[in-house]
Design a protein around this ligand. Sequence first.
Ligand SMILES: N[C@@H](CCC(=O)N[C@@H](CS)C(=O)NCC(=O)O)C(=O)O
Length: 104
Amino acid sequence: MGLPYTVYPVDVFGEEQFKPEFLRLNPVAKVPVITDHDGPGGKPYTLFESGAILLYLAEKTGQFLPKADAQAAQAARLRPEVARDQQTALVGLGVPESSADLRA
Ligand SMILES: N[C@@H](CCC(=O)N[C@@H](CS)C(=O)NCC(=O)O)C(=O)O
């Protein structure tokens, strides 16, 4: 995609995903997670769920998403599903729905 990045390995078999510093990034305790240090408004933006990450990066770079045709409609249909997956995971953990919309 042409974006610079740094990889921080997380040993899930060593249960590093349950450490407080990781849970601050993803309360669901799963990889992958990204932090875009040049997110919306130039501010850092952290998100998880691989589908959400892929859509975010595709939109940010203008790559991989079709512009306007049946494929574009299909890609758009993915969005509510990604959002619902995040919501379901967070509600399952007891995180109030009001704070679960991490796309805001
Ligand atoms: N729906 C999530 C699934 C992420 C997921 O299951 N990640 C696994 C590794 S592939 C994980 O973090 N497992 C650690 C655990 O469940 O404690 C996504 O697509 O990002």
